[in-house]
Design a protein around this ligand. Structure first.
Ligand code: ZN
Length: 297
């Protein structure tokens, strides 16, 4: 058996080349994982159904995306034009995280090659996030009774404000976000646990804080974990303001995966953000999640 990894060619939506979002990373990451033999065959997801999407987003918003009728000012807030290709991508990438979460139940580890759209709230997308795939998948697992207590461990440099909003009143889904205090969004929401890091935080301190928090988290019991493995904490990221090295990210991923795998708690890994100055470096950093998970197979 190999690590279940989910990918769809439609993850690479057609947007203008001058868009700051590195949309081609999803295709490049898939090629990299094949080349490095991390995976032989990807699982290919179906687009997420409106029924499943409705657990985490208003029908009005879903329809605005589906029918491409979202007001231009809200499209700007998202940062993507809502065209056919972006609509398709948004449904398929969410379907990808739902599929990864299902596969993780048996395999204990499974990863999407997209996902972690953590700024999307119930009513609206924002910050390159159309639908909140992790929220949709978490609600899917809960509704199907595949999981009762879920942890969303968000280590992207930006706060997972969409998840904390969506699960504000849900005591069965614990939202944990460790992010740079001065990064987007300017107005933070309230997660169950927020760890705010100072600008320029380096490896040693970052990993010490992470380890301390994992120890605390381990006092609770979960039967499922979503890991948002954003690599925008890297020192050469265009948006993040932290100073984490390649090795720091690799140790972070290893630490998180081992922490839950050793307790047999299923973990679904999703990409999260990454805007490195170097495109090749970006792919290498994102692939650490998949490579570290694959080492258990
Ligand atoms: Zn981010």
């Amino acid at each position: 058996m190999e690590l279940p990894i989910i990918n769809h060619p439609d993850y690479v939506a057609k947007i203008n080349d001058d868009n700051k979002f590195p949309i081609k990373k999803f295709g490049a990451l898939a090629n990299h994982l094949l080349e490095k033999r991390v995976v032989k065959t990807f699982y290919v997801p179906e687009p997420c159904s409106v029924e499943t999407m409705k657990t985490s987003h208003s029908l009005e918003y879903i329809n605005h995306i589906k029918n491409k009728t979202l007001d231009l000012k809200y499209q700007k807030k998202i940062g993507f034009p809502i065209n056919d290709s972006v609509v398709r991508r948004s449904f398929v990438a969410t379907g990808g995280t739902v599929l990864a979460s299902k596969l993780a139940l048996d395999a204990k580890l499974a990863c999407n090659t997209a996902g972690g759209s953590h700024h999307a709230t119930f009513e609206m997308g924002a910050g390159y996030c159309v639908f909140n795939d992790v929220a949709v998948a978490a609600n899917y697992l809960k509704n199907k009774k595949y999981a009762k207590k879920i942890l969303i461990l968000d280590l992207d440099v930006h706060q997972g404000n969409g998840n904390s909003e969506i699960f504000k009143k849900d005591r069965d889904v614990l939202t944990f976000s460790m992010h740079c205090a001065s990064n987007y969004p300017a107005k933070k929401s309230k997660s169950d646990i927020d760890i705010e890091l100072k600008d320029n935080t380096e490896d040693t301190e970052y990993l010490k804080i992470l380890n301390g928090n994992l120890k605390e988290l381990n006092k609770n019991s979960y039967d499922f974990v979503f890991y948002v493995a954003g690599v925008d904490i890297h020192h050469e990221d265009r948006l993040g303001k932290l100073k984490i090295t390649d090795e720091g990210i690799n140790i972070r991923d290893k630490t998180v995966i081992e922490n839950f795998y050793s307790k047999k708690i299923p973990l679904c890994g999703v990409l999260g953000g990454g805007y490195n100055k170097s495109f090749d470096k970006l792919i290498e950093l994102h692939s650490m999640l998949h490579k570290n998970c694959a080492s258990y197979f």
